[in-house]
Design a protein around this ligand. Sequence first.
Ligand code: SAM
Ligand code: SF4
Length: 333
Amino acid sequence: MTPLIDPFGRAISYLRLSVTDRCDFRCTYCMAEHMQFLPKRDLLTLEELDRLCTAFIGLGTRKLRITGGEPLVRKNIMTLFRALSRHLASGALEELTLTTNGSQLARFAAELANCGVRRVNVSLDTLDEAKFAEITRWGRLPQVLDGIAAARAAGLRVKINAVALKNFNENELFTLVEWCAAQGHDLTFIEVMPMGELGDALRLDQYWPLTDLRARLAERYSLAPLPERTGGPASYVRLRETGQKVGFITPLTHNFCESCNRVRVTCTGELFLCLGQEDMADLRAPLRGSTDDADLVAAIRAAIGRKPKGHDFDYSRAQVTGSLRRTMSHTGG
Ligand code: SAM
Ligand code: SF4
């Protein structure tokens, strides 16, 4: 099969699949406290999600990340992981992984490892219990720390993702770095993106540019830039003093759209071609319209043929442009 190549010559080999829009947290930068979630009947079944992933793998997807909402709150989600692990066993898929808030990891870490998952990304913006409760509204830090410990005990590598938030975790920069070094976790910082309906003024108030964060890090550590790129928006450095890897996801201060290799599918089968653009293609109709995958494959190819060049997020000139009403939890971060 001809692989998926977009109009800018980028090979699309990475799929992020959101398996639910629901979550057991309500992080203030991600969701409103009282969210209207999708009716369950609109969601693709686990069998349909499997079929969809299998079609993408047939088209050259080598890396699959399960996300949400909180992926581990989707009922019977391990059935999907178990099914997808056959593609790891056959060698068709290089990596099966997930992004999680960690709340359910203590329950599922061992089973994830058995399904061939080797790494998890866990979102953690603060190590202060009160601040954690404030930012997640519904989350409890000890539960997440137990989940991370369970992941490590199961042999999973953990990467901590922290959203850089002005007046919130600025004063924890070194605490987070030192904790990750001591625990052996990789760490990536993320610039807050204008998604959802928080309002422009609040978004600008939260924004802590990673150019600034990186300069502060360089006051205490020597940063050795690493050449590696994952086709994603992150760049990496190694801290010479601790040997640990630190990543920077900088959609605002420096976008890396030119090397983008990914697309996203929501739990209702919407294929989003870019996290920061509205254009999408419905894959649920072709999935449900026929047991044969020909229409589904044609819909995926047609959509990739119009993948946009990049997002338009911008906070310069002290105002927000390129913002989207869609939340990150809808598309899957
Ligand atoms: N619930 C899981 C979690 O929190 O890891 C997976 C989904 S969550 C939407 C994925 C990632 O998106 C998390 O690391 C979260 O911090 C990040 N995120 C959510 N809203 C964001 C925003 N407006 N800007 C930047 N990152 C955001
Ligand atoms: Fe839930 Fe993740 Fe959004 Fe927090 S960032 S509300 S954990 S989906």
